[in-house]
Design a protein around this ligand. Structure first.
Ligand code: COA
Length: 293
């Protein structure tokens, strides 16, 4: 018996929501659409019940905050961000974030539907039925790849600046942090981008953190509050800081285990680590480094 119950809203309300989402998706599919103008117009109507131009007349600062051209994201302050790619997704990330603050975004039914519509226009790849709850954060969005039926719960942080792949049916719980960049211990501006890979059927449970460059094997489970610093094998249940496998799920039906073959997460092409700022001065002269405590 499934434990998730469908919870429909009144039919007429759902029709109205679906019509609005369909119109928005159509406009976003048109490459000639000015995404910045579209987003500020939609937000002006939803938040202030009037066209953007009228809002700008009577409440200039309210209008100012709805136009993504007037705001900056943290990612835009980093050299690692591809400004051309980010410019395409920025207004949509602003729409996503701003609607999260509204009743439309806080309701599961409309919030999930809005984010599902926006996902293919923001992410690098999206499979079927992405399900995002409210207040999820991304660094750039355009470097995130999702398989089918991925679920991401409230307040998760998906740092995709170095590339983040999440496989089919994986679930990311509340307050999880997945990173794909790291800083040199002696010089924080010395950044390394490391692609992070979450396999298929993985569960990363609440408040866990996954550091950049890690691969979490298919069907693994990461216990609550764990900090994952190294690759985790398929089917492992990994706990603690640093996360270590304490048990393995027994899966007699796993074709890869049966055939003694590597699992798909172990054969996934990995991007090499990259330095977004290769010109960073090489200050690590002899005599600098770390020593045992
Ligand atoms: C990983 C997890 C599933 C283990 O559950 P379990 O198999 O029932 O394990 P138990 O509760 O019997 O605990 C076994 C041992 O591991 C310890 N332990 C359990 N969870 C731990 C964790 N997250 N970190 C460190 N140790 C943990 C227990 O204290 C116990 O230690 P002991 O043998 O010394 O007494 C559970 O800890 C967890 O993280 N659950 C997250 C809930 C979840 O699914 N969230 C997703 C919802 S969206």
């Amino acid at each position: 018996m499934p434990w998730l119950l469908p919870k429909p809203i009144p039919e007429a309300s759902d029709r109205m929501l679906q019509r609005w989402l369909g119109e928005l998706a159509e406009k976003l599919s048109d490459p000639s659409t000015d995404r910045y103008a579209l987003v500020r117009d939609e937000l002006a109507r939803i938040l202030h019940a009037r066209p953007y131009a009228e809002l700008a007349e009577i409440a200039p600062m309210a209008a100012f905050a709805l136009d993504a051209r007037n705001i900056t994201f943290e990612a835009e302050h980093y050299i690692a961000t591809d400004s051309e790619k980010f410019d395409r997704v920025k207004p949509l990330l602003w729409l996503w974030k701003t609607l999260d603050l509204t009743p439309l975004g806080q309701s599961v039914h409309s919030g999930v539907a809005i984010r599902r519509m926006l996902a293919p226009f923001i992410f690098k790849r999206v499979g079927r039925n992405p399900k995002f709850f409210q207040n999820v954060e991304f660094s750039v969005g355009y470097n995130l790849e999702l398989g089918d039926d991925v679920v991401v719960h409230r307040y998760a942080f998906l740092d995709d600046i170095g590339g983040l792949v999440i496989g089919d049916r994986s679930s990311i719980s509340d307050y999880v942090n997945l990173y794909s960049h790291t800083h040199h211990v002696l010089a924080s501006p010395d950044v390394t981008l490391k692609q992070t890979l979450i396999g298929s059927g993985v569960r990363i449970t609440y408040h866990a953190t996954v550091l950049a460059g890690v691969c979490i094997g298919d069907d693994a489970l990461i216990g609550t509050s764990a900090v994952v610093t190294k690759d985790i094998p398929p089917h492992a249940i990994a706990l603690g800081i640093p996360a270590k496998p304490v048990r393995y799920k027994v899966r007699h039906d796993c074709p890869y285990c049966r055939r003694g073959e590597p699992h798909p997460s172990q054969c996934h092409d990995r991007l090499p680590d990259r330095k977004p700022n290769p010109d960073y001065p090489d200050f690590l002269k002899p005599g600098f480094g770390t020593r045992e405590a």
